[in-house]
Design a binder for this molecule. Structure first.
Ligand code: NAP
Length: 307
């Protein structure tokens, strides 16, 4: 148990904030944790399940005397929250966030960070398709990466403290430049989500003509797409609106490759398809070797009987 901050404030009490709270408690990382969510319903739920030591009725009240403030709202809502709390941040405190896009957060939150307050954007690469205060759990960040995106002039001590905080919550920590972060995430997360949304949308159109067979006979590939496509609509709308350039760049490349594979199917170029799928299979092996997913069949969902 190593206390890193005396008081932590979480603004927004959804999946990520609630997981942070339980992970902080597990690791004894904070003296006290205050939290704020905009809706009465979320605040009531948080109080009922013991999420945060103090659930406050305003963000200003929550950040009072906090040594670390973490913005855990959708990327498009960060600016308004930062504006609201700006004048109430404690000198010497650190303000951070967990947003899935980093350049936009730096551009919109940065101007509201007062002199004497450290600003260190961050992004834990962990999540589920569930959202809200009851969705969180302490082990969400275990062995996942959390990326810190320090802005120019960040004090090494403040950075080291935030790194220790994320490590205390179970994460592996790396530092990355904002634009590079947004490009990497466009490849690994944002474009795949858009593709999943599209595939499920197409299947839904098809369902209308196939009389619900798509749902009834839903096979593994499609089911995995539906899990991703069930992610929070507000969060993902904001991701695409704020990481526009990188996502469009990757989708352009995706479309080119798709046309290429389409041609291989049309012309019966089996060698090309086989070589392509051999390459992609190796990528899956790499992810498992890096400990970022399970090797169990069906992603470990079902126990496989060998009898
Ligand atoms: P979530 O479960 O949907 O919770 C979002 C929280 O933000 C809720 O407390 C909500 O308040 C509040 N909120 C929504 N719109 C707001 C607005 N306009 N103004 C003020 N508060 C607002 O979301 P989450 O999954 O924890 O995501 C939070 C952040 O983490 C996002 O920036 C997301 O990009 C990032 N992130 C998500 C994942 C993931 O897989 N989910 C992974 C890594 C990073 P109410 O409950 O009162 O509506």
């Amino acid at each position: 148990m190593t206390k890193i901050y005396d008081k932590v404030a979480l603004i927004g009490l959804g999946l990520i904030a609630s997981s942070m709270f339980w992970a902080m408690k597990r690791g004894g990382l904070a003296g006290t944790v205050s939290g704020y969510a905009r809706s009465q319903e979320t605040r009531d739920t948080a109080r009922k399940i013991g999420l945060c030591d103090h659930v406050c009725d305003s963000a200003i009240e929550a950040v009072k005397d906090a040594d670390l403030v973490v913005l855990c709202v959708p990327v498009g809502a960060m600016e308004a929250v930062a504006q609201d709390i700006s004048a109430h941040l404690k000198p010497g405190a650190t303000i951070s966030d967990v947003g899935s896009v980093k350049r936009s957060v730096i551009d919109t939150v940065g101007p509201f960070v007062p002199q004497g307050v450290h600003f260190i954007p961050a992004h834990p690469l962990a999540g589920t398709e569930h959202s809200g205060p009851e969705a969180g759990f302490a082990s969400l960040f275990d062995n996942r990466w959390s990326l810190l995106v320090p802005v120019e002039g960040t004090e090494p001590q403040a950075l080291a403290k935030l790194r220790a905080f994320w490590e205390g919550m179970g994460a592996n920590v790396d530092e990355m430049d904002a634009d590079h972060h947004d490009l990497v995430l466009a490849v690994t997360s944002h474009a795949p989500h858009l593709i999943a949304y599209t595939m499920v949308g197409v299947a839904d159109d098809l369902r209308r003509v196939t009389d619900s067979e798509v749902i009834k006979y839903s096979a593994a590939g499609f089911r995995d797409f539906t899990r991703i496509a069930a992610s929070d609509p507000t969060m993902w709308r904001d991701v695409f609106l704020t990481n526009k350039d990188a996502t469009l760049e990757i989708l352009g490349r995706f479309t080119e490759e798709l046309f290429d594979l389409q041609r291989a199917i049309r012309t019966g170029d089996g060698d090309k398809l086989h070589a392509y799928f051999t390459r992609t299979r190796a990528i899956r092996r790499g992810i498992i070797q890096a400990g970022q997913d399970t090797d169990a069949p069906d992603f470990g969902r079902t126990k496989v009987s060998r009898e």
